[in-house]
Design a protein around this ligand. Structure first.
Ligand SMILES: NC(=O)c1ccc[n+]([C@@H]2O[C@H](COP(=O)([O-])OP(=O)(O)OC[C@H]3O[C@@H](n4cnc5c(N)ncnc54)[C@H](O)[C@@H]3O)[C@@H](O)[C@H]2O)c1
Length: 430
């Protein structure tokens, strides 16, 4: 029997984590790499459907994986095929993805086509007996997402989604700390993703506008919600260990009035059963605050994207800073217009601590793909991985729906799946 397991310690080292407890509790899908006892086959023969910008980035990682052979490509746009062939010159080429699915030499597929095409391709692929890695957001509607997840259960095919933060060492470490209760009760998460860019791509001829710039049109995309929110909403439910009950939101086209149909400015509020809230916002006309998920507990805050955390109580400032503080306070207090609330509360800035010793080399994408390959080879679907992706997609689509309807929406019961709550130590600490 071939041992296909990646050395567990090596993997943990890669993650920058010391203990293995995290594997079992906070991020159970990481077990894809551990204790692999049996294999279906030695290698994974992959087909890439839609080797566009993202697809080729994924191929860059996959061609480094010694267990992968990219044997086939399917795309309806020749320039994408031509560029992809530079990475895998011997791959078979199909214009129609359905012909790739008939190819008995393909074990699994990566789907990186535009949002509105994912569902049919994924359903056909699983029906044809192929394991599926589908880019996020998995479906264009909640119904599509549900049918994709149901097909995974019915066919027993491996199903992964492009939610790479699930394999990002910073996030794994952050969630371990949150779930251990180190930040107390988390009542609030502020997630945002800001950019100063129009999101447009150059179009070689006018007839291709909607095909190339599919992200900007309603028939093929739900804009910032399906492109960006999907990642960060998953972080919120991972941190809180449960799903929100309700969502409301607003969207507008406030700056990029260039014929696009999707919003360039969005804010949503998701609320949970114990009063917790998660906000998600995106404005693509100002990038000053960039992107982050600020996970805020009564004992501290964690910012996984930055890779830092901050406890509410910090060591007292050195004596000379305390003196300065006292002096500043006395100056402010002597001014007629300023009460003490104007004065600096502390001389010490809370600069926080780093989650990991060094910045990880990448964002979890290569490990997500490696886990998919491992799962396809062993025939074992890792715990929670499909479910995390399913709910992330559902939540961004629900937010989009709330914006469109201009009302507060409850999480639809008919889309609930078996998803046990995380067993966390988060508690109310005064
Ligand atoms: N996980 C992430 O962080 C991340 C990042 C970027 C993009 N994505 C996702 O990846 C997907 C692709 O995004 P992109 O930026 O690469 O888009 P893209 O337009 O660059 O590439 C899409 C490719 O799919 C091809 N295509 C379209 N319809 C097809 C069909 N019916 N059959 C076969 N091929 C078809 C296009 O010709 C193109 O080559 C989207 O779902 C996007 O949300 C995920």
């Amino acid at each position: 029997m071939t041992d296909t397991s990646i050395d567990r310690r090596e993997f943990l080292r890669e993650l920058g984590l010391a203990g293995a407890g995290v594997l079992a509790v906070t991020s159970p899908w990481l077990k894809a790499f551990a204790d692999v006892q049996h294999t279906n086959r030695e290698r994974c023969r992959l087909g890439i459907i839609g080797p566009g910008s993202r697809g080729r980035l994924l191929m860059g990682f996959l061609t480094q994986n010694p267990k992968v052979d990219i044997v086939a490509l399917a795309d309806i746009y020749q320039p994408s095929i031509d560029k992809a062939l530079e990475l895998v010159p011997r791959a078979k080429v199909y214009k129609d993805y359905r012909l790739l699915l008939e190819d008995k030499g393909v074990d699994a597929v990566v789907i990186a086509t535009p949002l509105n095409t994912h569902c049919q391709i994924a359903l056909d692929a699983m029906e044809a007996g192929k394991d599926v890695y589908c880019e996020k957001t998995i479906g264009y509607t909640m119904d599509e997402c549900f049918s994709m997840y149901a097909k995974h259960l019915d066919t027993g095919r491996i199903f992964f989604t492009g939610q790479q933060r699930l394999f990002d060492p910073r996030y794994i470490k952050a969630m371990d700390m949150v779930h251990q209760g180190m930040f107390g009760k988390v009542s609030c998460i502020h997630a945002f993703w800001n950019r100063n860019a129009d999101w447009r791509r150059e179009v070689p001829e006018p007839g291709l506008e909607k095909f190339i710039n599919w992200r900007l049109y309603k028939e093929s995309s739900k804009g910032l919600m399906t492109e960006l929110a999907c990642h960060q909403l998953q972080v919120g439910t991972w941190a809180l260990g449960k799903l929100p009950q309700k969502v409301m939101g607003h969207g507008s086209i406030s700056y990029w009035r260039d014929g696009r149909e999707v919003y360039d400015n969005i804010n949503c509020i998701y609320t949970f059963d114990d009063g917790e809230m998660m906000t998600w916002g995106s404005d693509i006309s100002n990038k000053f605050y960039g992107l982050e998920e600020q996970i805020m507990g009564n004992l501290g805050t964690i910012e996984p994207e930055k890779g830092k955390y901050y406890f509410e109580t910090i060591d007292p400032a050195p004596a000379f800073l305390q003196l300065l503080n006292k002096w500043e306070n006395s100056v402010f207090e002597s001014m007629p217009f300023a009460g003490t609330s104007w004065a600096p509360e502390t001389a010490r800035k809370n600069t926080g601590e780093y989650l990991l010793g060094k910045r990880p080399k990448e964002d979890g994408t290569s490990l997500n793909l490696a886990a998919f390959v491992e799962a396809s080879i062993t025939g074992r679907q890792p715990e929670r991985i499909a479910e995390e992706g399913y709910y992330a997609s559902l939540l961004c689509l629900l937010g989009h729906e709330a914006i469109e309807q201009g009302t507060m929406l409850e999480f639809p019961k008919e889309y609930m799946i078996d998803y046990p709550a995380y067993n966390t130590n988060m508690q109310t600490q005064q």
